[in-house]
Design a protein around this ligand. Sequence first.
Ligand code: ADP
Ligand code: GLC
Length: 497
Amino acid sequence: MGKLNIFLAASEVVPFAKSGGLADVTGALPKALRAMGHDVRVVMPRYYIVDKEKYALKRLEGSLGVPMGNLGEAWADVYEGVLPGSDVPVYFIEHEGFFGRKGLYEEDGFSFIDNDTRFIFFSRAVMQLAKKLRFRPDVIHANDWHTAAIPVMLNTHYAYDPDFAYTGSLLSIHNLQHQGKFYKGAMDALGVGWSHFNAHELEEYDGVNLLKGGIVHADVISTVSQKYAQEIRSHEFGWGLEGLLNINSYKLHGILNGVDYEEWSPSVDPFIAQQYDLGDMGGKAVCKAQLQQTFNLPQRSDIPLIGLVGRLVEQKGIELLAHAIWRLLEMDIQIVILGAGEKWAEHYFSDIAGKHSDKFGCYIGYRNDLAHQIEAGSDLFLMPSLFEPCGLNQIYSLRYGTLPIVRATGGLDDTIENYWNDQTHGTGFKFYDATSDALVGTLHWALDVWHNDKEGFERLQRNAMEKRYDWEGAAREYDALYRRVIQGRRGQQGVDE
Ligand code: ADP
Ligand code: GLC
């Protein structure tokens, strides 16, 4: 079997709507699958922020009826566009009541109270859309809790539907912390019947857990790095689902994310002050000076500059940094941070930036151009995550010759090779304990190399810049997983390939 029909459903897709790395993945993987010859199509909600004119979206004829269990039927409009730079179709599910709001999942820091209904609706709409389009997917690829109800629906509502007779499901977990846990009233919208509200499927502590249901019902489950696929089977990283994941480990796989090097390479990056590459690193010094200027820091080349970009949330280890910051400020270094997230962190880091403006710069908000400039202009890039399913910024950093200092967890551990004083190995610096001491100690070590072993530092930069984590390789691994899904399904039904 060569070409596959793949329906990829996600709550966010670059460039239409993004809150984190999930959107980077769902915007890039389909293009790589398309290049392999597959008929891959993407479905996402038509949020208020998705500009129909800018992306030339066309409305499909007729409305889409979406059965909502005990809540009756809801109706959606469907729009069609393409992933920019490709011919991959993207379908947008429009429903004013559910998605005609500013935020994707929340506004002003408060989650929408009806997120269960919104994403159960979206999941059911994905199934209905496949029917409407007469697109018979070999695999429906669901992502995170938002679409985790799809594998459940496939095995219940659509179990005997001939349109899905040969359809299997893959559920990718990008972040196990967020599981879609709701009051059990969510069963009404799901409409699969209370017999599925049990500890082996959707029920957890008398509430509904959508991701749990997805894990049980999906034919295959994947996470975004191999290390994370192992970690989530333990108490420390399992968020209560480690037992279930152990039972289902036979169908659990890890595939490392790729990155889009057309967007994230210093040799072609339009956002940075001067492009550079391994052959001529001159531009990196220019980018550093520019970054110092942007953050009003003294323009000195002889002082190491450390960058951080990311959501300011517990996952990213910002508490470790918050505790370490006073010791860092005693060192002869500069630090710049770009991020938004928990209010305490936004206030705390902004406050320090005000008081130590000669050493510490902070931009609270979301800015893609600045993210690129920090990757290019910094000497070292900090990612002290408590857990990290994959992480993209450290992979970007490698390409920019900005050596990552990371906690050895999940994708950070899989992508960064620790510095060895053996003259050959290494692409960055790792620490293991989730403590401020470990962070500070490892930073000291990295600074020591920067100051006292220029050759060693440059060797690491070279190793880092030569590494490639492209989507082509990752797409081949997904291809293999899709075939596992199909084999499992057809095996069950006794149908030969
Ligand atoms: P996560 O998905 O957990 O947030 P990833 O490292 O996988 O972490 O992806 C984060 C993505 O979001 C990267 O593309 C990163 O550049 C981007 N990003 C995060 N915060 C910001 C910000 N404040 N401004 C610009 N880009 C950001
Ligand atoms: C999640 C994870 C991040 C990963 C991204 C894309 O947001 O937190 O580590 O890179 O998904 O898979």
